[in-house]
Design a binder for this molecule. Structure first.
Ligand code: ZN
Ligand code: ZN
Length: 128
């Protein structure tokens, strides 16, 4: 009788340990799937936001100008349109800059809306 009791306790203990680990594994699995679902949802939301931003940017650049980006003559910023002054993508910050060549302190450009100045970074090549 005493031996039976001992075995029963041992069995119960073993079952408790196995149950505990199963519970832990189940919880870890649930967290894993929840995280994966959250990550997928976050990625989908980010994609929607990106597409909205792109659509807004396209509408913003649709001003009848045949944009010319990447022309840096006279210190003009390469990310802005040489003809209308708009940046290729909307700059962060309150001002959607419209760049004009800076006639006061050339080479460089100045925003005609907020007066921000752009100075070209002098590369190693032009320094030589
Ligand atoms: Zn333009
Ligand atoms: Zn500006």
């Amino acid at each position: 009788m005493k031996q039976f009791f001992f075995q029963a306790v041992l069995l119960a203990g073993g079952a408790a340990i196995v149950g505990y680990f199963l519970w832990k594994a189940g919880k870890a699995l649930a967290i894993y799937f929840r995280d994966r679902r959250d990550a997928r949802r976050a990625a989908a939301e980010a994609e929607v936001l990106r597409q909205e931003r792109e659509a807004r940017n396209r509408a913003r650049l649709d001003n009848g100008c045949d944009h010319r980006f990447g022309e840096t003559l006279g210190g003009f910023p390469p990310f802005a349109c040489r003809r209308c002054g708009l940046e290729q993508t909307k700059p962060t910050g309150p001002c959607d800059h419209v760049w004009r060549l800076d006639t006061e302190s050339a080479p460089g450009a100045v925003c005609e809306k907020c007066g921000k100045r752009y100075k070209p970074i002098v590369s190693e090549q032009t320094k030589l």
